[in-house]
Write a protein that binds this ligand. Structure first.
Ligand SMILES: NC(=O)c1ccc[n+]([C@@H]2O[C@H](COP(=O)([O-])OP(=O)(O)OC[C@H]3O[C@@H](n4cnc5c(N)ncnc54)[C@H](O)[C@@H]3O)[C@@H](O)[C@H]2O)c1
Ligand SMILES: O=C(O)C(=O)C[C@]1(C(=O)O)C=C[C@@H](O)C=C1
Length: 305
C-alpha cells in the first residue's frame, strides 16, 4: 500500500495510540511516524517496541511539519494540548482524536485551531480494559466502527483522507453529529462502565462478605463486570466529566427500569421478568448475528499480530 501522509504524529502512546501506531506501520501510511507522550517511561517502552520513527516528549517539536496529528490522550487533556501545539501546526494539517466523547473534545480544541487546519474528531469503537504501549495491537480496529464527527463546514478532501486511513486499518466508518454520538455511546458504553464500577465497588464494600470471598467465588457474571471495572481510572473519570448530560439522562432511564424490576421481584411478577429476559436475549443474538461480538468479550481481545 502507498504512503498517504508525509508525516503523522500521534500524541499519547497508550493502548489506543500504540494500536494506531502499529496499524499505521502495518499499512505503511506515512513516510515518518512521530510518537509523543508526556511520560518518558511510556516513550521508552514505545521505543523498545519500535512503534515509530521518532519519539518526542516535546509537544511542539512533535507536531511540527506533520500532515496528520492524532490525539490519543484522555479527553480531559485535549484542551491543554490543543492550546500548546496550535502555533506549531502546519497549514493544511488534519487534527483528529480517538476520544470516547465527541462534543466536548470539539469544543475544547476548536478555539485553538489556526485558520487552514482541519479539525475532524473521531472515535474508534474498539478497546480493552488495558492501558499503555504494550497493550496495543494493530488488528484492534479491524471490523470495528470508527465514528467521525466532522463539523458541517468540514473540508471534503481532508475528511476523505482520514476516512481512507481508518479504512486501511480495517474499520467501518460512520459519520455522525457529535451530540448524537455522545447520547448513543452513553447507553452503549459509558453507563455500562459505570454499572460495572458500581457493582464491583458494592461487592467489595459488603460487610458480611469478606473481600477474599468476593475474589474466591467470583464466577460468570461478576467476573465479566470486574474486567470492565479494571478499565483506566483517568480515562473513565474524564469520560463521565465530559459527557455529563447524556450519561445522567441515560442513568435516569436506567434507574426507572431498575425500579420496575425491583417491583417485579417484590410482587413475584414472573411474567414481567420472563418477558424482559426474553427481549434482552434477542438483543444479544442480534449483536452476534451482526458480527459485533467476539470471543474476546470475556477477558479482552487476544493479540492477533
Ligand atoms: N481504552 C479504550 O478501550 C478506548 C477505546 C476507544 C477510545 N479510547 C479513548 O482513547 C484515548 C486514550 O485512551 P487509552 O486507553 O489509550 O489510554 P492510555 O492510558 O493507555 O494512554 C493514554 C496516554 O496518554 C498520555 N498522556 C496523557 N496526557 C498527555 C499529555 N498532556 N501529553 C502527552 N501525552 C499524554 C499518557 O501518558 C498515556 O501514555 C482516550 O481519550 C479514550 O477515551 C479508549
Ligand atoms: O471492550 C472494552 O473493554 C471496552 O470497554 C471498549 C469500549 C466499549 O465500551 O466498547 C470502551 C470505550 C471506548 O470508547 C470504546 C470501546
Amino acid at each position: 500500500m502507498s504512503v498517504q501522509f508525509g508525516q503523522i504524529t500521534i500524541i499519547g502512546a497508550g493502548l489506543i495510540g500504540s494500536s494506531v501506531a502499529r496499524a499505521i506501520q502495518r499499512c505503511a501510511a506515512t513516510a515518518t511516524l512521530v510518537l509523543c507522550d508526556k511520560d518518558k517511561d511510556v516513550l521508552a517502552e514505545a521505543k523498545a517496541l519500535r512503534l515509530a520513527d521518532i519519539y518526542q516528549i516535546d509537544l511542539v517539536k512533535a507536531v511540527t511539519n506533520s500532515d496528520l496529528v492524532i490525539l490519543a490522550v484522555p479527553v480531559g487533556a485535549m484542551a491543554a494540548i490543543g492550546e500548546m501545539m496550535a502555533p506549531a501546526l502546519k497549514t493544511g494539517a488534519i487534527v483528529t482524536d480517538v476520544g470516547s466523547v465527541k462534543a466536548s473534545v470539539f469544543k475544547a480544541l476548536k478555539p485553538f485551531m489556526p485558520e487552514g487546519v482541519h479539525l475532524i474528531p473521531g472515535h474508534p469503537v474498539a478497546g480493552t480494559e488495558q492501558s499503555g504501549p504494550s497493550a496495543g495491537f494493530a488488528s484492534l480496529f479491524e471490523d470495528r466502527w470508527c465514528i467521525l464527527t466532522p463539523p458541517e463546514d468540514c473540508d471534503k478532501v481532508a475528511l476523505k483522507a482520514l476516512t481512507a486511513l481508518w479504512e486501511k486499518f480495517g474499520s467501518k466508518i460512520e459519520i455522525m453529529e457529535a451530540e448524537h454520538h455522545d447520547l448513543v455511546l452513553a447507553i452503549t458504553s459509558h453507563v455500562p462502565h459505570l454499572i460495572a464500577y458500581n457493582i464491583v465497588g458494592t461487592a467489595s464494600d459488603l460487610e458480611e462478605v469478606t473481600s477474599s470471598e468476593v475474589i474466591k467465588y467470583s464466577a460468570g457474571g461478576f467476573r465479566d463486570f470486574t474486567r470492565i471495572a479494571a478499565s483506566d481510572p483517568t480515562m473513565w473519570r474524564d469520560v463521565f466529566l465530559n459527557n455529563k448530560d447524556a450519561v445522567l439522562e441515560m442513568l435516569g432511564r436506567f434507574s426507572e427500569d431498575l425500579t420496575a424490576l425491583q417491583r417485579a421481584i417484590r410482587w413475584e411478577d414472573g411474567d414481567a421478568l420472563y418477558k424482559l429476559f426474553t427481549r434482552t436475549r434477542e438483543i444479544r443474538r442480534k449483536i452476534i448475528d451482526a458480527g459485533q461480538d467476539d470471543a474476546k468479550a470475556d477477558f479482552g481481545r487476544p493479540h492477533k499480530d
